[in-house]
Design a protein around this ligand. Sequence first.
Ligand SMILES: [Zn+2]
Ligand SMILES: [Zn+2]
Length: 131
Amino acid sequence: MIIPNNNQGDETQFLCDVCSEPVTNPICPFCLTEEIEAWLTFYPGLRKALLPKIHKYLDKISNKITAYGTICIKCKDNSAHVCPYCFTAFVFYELKKLHAEKFILKEYFEFFNFDLHHTGYTKEAEELGVI
Ligand SMILES: [Zn+2]
Ligand SMILES: [Zn+2]
């Protein structure tokens, strides 16, 4: 989604397709997936179960990629139109569905916590005692 940013003249601001917040930390889900895949090599069983789900999600969003989007700071592609928070939240819930062990969730949060305002999945993680 794209809206004019009235505060800064004709500059535009890009909103996350999922939460409709401006994408302020533009690392695209594709780059994040590379990092998640690297991390998951330590947990082959989980990797096998989780990766197909992540790739399905990526397929869905890559169908929607248009000429508009926030430029990812890593791959310089304009595919960062789902914010890192929404993407890592998706992965977190998938990990939970797969009954990933607590120490794995804990590690996931050490590496991939984009809930910078502590208003989203951090709360749930606290309840689970993983952060
Ligand atoms: Zn979002
Ligand atoms: Zn990227």
